[in-house]
Design a protein around this ligand. Structure first.
Ligand SMILES: Nc1nc2c(c(=O)[nH]1)N[C@@H](CN(C=O)c1ccc(C(=O)N[C@@H](CCC(=O)O)C(=O)O)cc1)CN2
Ligand SMILES: NCC(=O)N[C@@H]1O[C@H](COP(=O)([O-])[O-])[C@@H](O)[C@H]1O
Length: 229
């Protein structure tokens, strides 16, 4: 996998690989942004643990190489990860984006890619790590919810948070309505955050997020929607 590099407009486009297990709407946001040149990058591969992931169809429809690996065909999680990242490295991405990728990644491949592997998570981390975040936020009586983009570490959803988008929790919300409101903010959040990474403006240095050379005191607040929708 390519080492982090400073942006050079004359150099080849910034290369992005995506991991996805499902619908792929965040992947589609990246595809659309790259196609419209709103995101100066090229998607070099989409990889999934599920052969039926709609994300794979979206990739193929955009002419992006797409590969599914069946975890059941490997003797261990480590063996699966080894093959997965061998395939990813063959595409030589500058950045790997987990966009609805629903498997825990092993410490070894994650640590070897520190600063080059990000994940979008449907909560305002550190709140509600893991799964079923919208239901848990409602059960906890949260008045505000949202999404976070963080560097991936061995600590599940515990990596340094780059950016967040916030939405209000409305009376009468259920997990579906709240999830829909959050998802609508995830797409611009992801594109805006990846654009900063592609430009070399956001980097991870000694577990701290740096923007334009200055350590961030808090995640960047992007793509928020305080309008009641
Ligand atoms: N080492 C890491 N791996 C992953 C991270 C991370 O931060 N560190 N983020 C996740 C994405 N994610 C939430 O954002 C997440 C994915 C999967 C799970 C999980 O519990 N998976 C179970 C299977 C669940 C299922 O199949 O329904 C598992 O892997 O056993 C929690 C959170 C990507 N990987
Ligand atoms: N723990 C990881 C996780 O839950 N990620 C979430 O999966 C959804 C994928 O939607 P998409 O397939 O339409 O992009 C997104 O809401 C993303 O935040």
């Amino acid at each position: 996998m390519a080492a982090p590099r400073a942006p050079d407009p004359a150099a080849r486009p910034y290369r992005i690989a995506v991991l996805a297990s499902g619908r792929g709407s965040n992947l589609q946001a990246l595809i659309d942004a790259a196609a419209s040149q709103a995101l100066p990058a090229t998607l070099v591969g989409v990889f999934s643990d599920r052969a039926d992931a709609l994300a794979l169809e979206r990739a193929r429809g955009a002419g992006i190489p797409a590969l599914a690996l069946d975890p059941g065909a490997f003797p261990s999680r480590a063996a699966f990860d080894l093959e997965l990242f061998a395939q990813i490295d063959a595409a030589a991405p500058d950045l790997v984006v987990c966009a609805g990728y629903m498997r825990l990644l092993g410490a070894a491949p994650v640590e070897a890619r520190a600063g080059r592997l990000v994940n979008i998570h449907p909560s305002l981390l550190p709140a509600f790590k893991g799964l079923r975040t919208h239901r848990r936020a409602l059960e906890a009586g949260a008045r505000e919810h949202g999404a976070s983009i963080h560097f991936v570490t061995a600590d599940l959803d515990g990596g340094p948070v780059v950016s967040q988008a916030r939405v209000p929790v409305l009376a009468g919300d259920d997990a579906a309505t709240l999830g829909t409101r959050v998802l609508a903010r995830e797409h611009p959040l992801l594109v805006e955050t990846v654009r900063l990474l592609a430009a070399g403006r956001v980097v991870l240095h000694e577990r701290r997020i740096h923007l334009d050379g200055r350590a961030l005191a808090a995640p960047l607040q992007l793509a928020s929607n305080n309008r009641f929708a």
